[in-house]
Design a binder for this molecule. Sequence first.
Ligand SMILES: Nc1ncnc2c1ncn2[C@@H]1O[C@H](COP(=O)(O)OP(=O)(O)OP(=O)(O)O)[C@@H](O)[C@H]1O
Ligand SMILES: [Mg+2]
Length: 385
Amino acid sequence: MQINKIEKLKQMLAENKENYKEVLENTKVEFENGKISKEERNDIINSISKTYSENCSFISEEIAQAKIEKKIKAKKDKQIQKSYLKELKKDLKAKKEFDFTGDIVMENVSYTYSKNSPFEFRALDNADLVLEKGKITCVIGTTGSGKSTMIQLTNGLLISETGRTKIGDYQIPAGIKKIPNVKKLRKEIGLVFQFPEYQLFRDTVEKDISFGPINMGGNKENAIKSVPELLKLVELPADYLTRSPFELSGGQKRRVAIAGIIAMDGNTLVLDEPTGGLDPKGEEDFMRLFKKLNKEKNKRIIMVTHNMDQVLKIADQVVVMHEGKLIDKGTPFEIFSNRQLLEKIEIEPPKLFRLMYLLKDKGIDLLGQEIRTVEEFAVAFKNRK
Ligand SMILES: Nc1ncnc2c1ncn2[C@@H]1O[C@H](COP(=O)(O)OP(=O)(O)OP(=O)(O)O)[C@@H](O)[C@H]1O
Ligand SMILES: [Mg+2]
């Protein structure tokens, strides 16, 4: 609702520069009535100031106010950051080992790419999130909404600009230069990149898959011995051991990258569009594998995907990203039965939900039920009141 309002104001401005006064007045009224937040108001003021780079004395007061507020917030964030750093230092002194198995908690995390350059872009804005231990969380949102950015905070590949990320009893405060225990952290929270090319770097598949465990100080012989089994798990032929990962297809590379992360045997798998480039059967097989790792080995799975049918099938929790903001979270049933939300983020619901929406329009309402599969749907349909 709010975003629509802001977009409308920006649209007015885009249509005609001369609308600035009306936009400014509207913004003021909306802000004073508590309809839009300070950040949102500042955002609009900045748009006006960009559109009207000259002769904008009329908004100078507003801009000055916005700047002051921004400064106050930045100062507060810095203070919080300092206290987190202090806490971390204390933890590092007190604990020999950290337990990375507990909830992953993001507190007020933000991330800006190319800060202080003309390409500066805030990809993640003050997000709060809990990724529970042992659960499957799917992250959804249109392209560029900040999904990859957000999940890269879970193992310190990116470090937030504000707030902190807690992983069990360990924490990564915003702005920290060097992450302590980074090897152990990345072993426990294994991340498969959206583009597997970034991940593969050894000259054979065998070396690539066994690299992680060996690098962690594991027994080299054992690590190499377990590779054939891992290849089987990701359904690659055994003779791929000696092949170069760079000569494989996109889908095969992805399989090798996933095998390498499973080889680390950490407690969490973070998967960024893990089934991109796979055929439907490959996709289905991997979803089954992730679910199995979750159910049988209690692995926490955090997965970015554009396939809503798969989200419905496996997710315990769904996190919704939109324009760098975490705008909603809930069970797949809660998220997919929220038609307004799906329209706003321009995401088609899973096929089963599309069917249930059509049925609802015809007077048969199954939307309140927790239906994940065609089989469950059939039972619910038969037993409908
Ligand atoms: N290295 C970078 N430098 C500058 N901007 C970046 C960089 N990486 C990402 N961005 C921008 O940050 C925003 C969020 O990017 P991100 O990769 O997190 O999106 P995403 O939700 O994962 O998208 P997709 O579904 O396409 O993978 C995008 O607008 C993107 O253009
Ligand atoms: Mg991405």
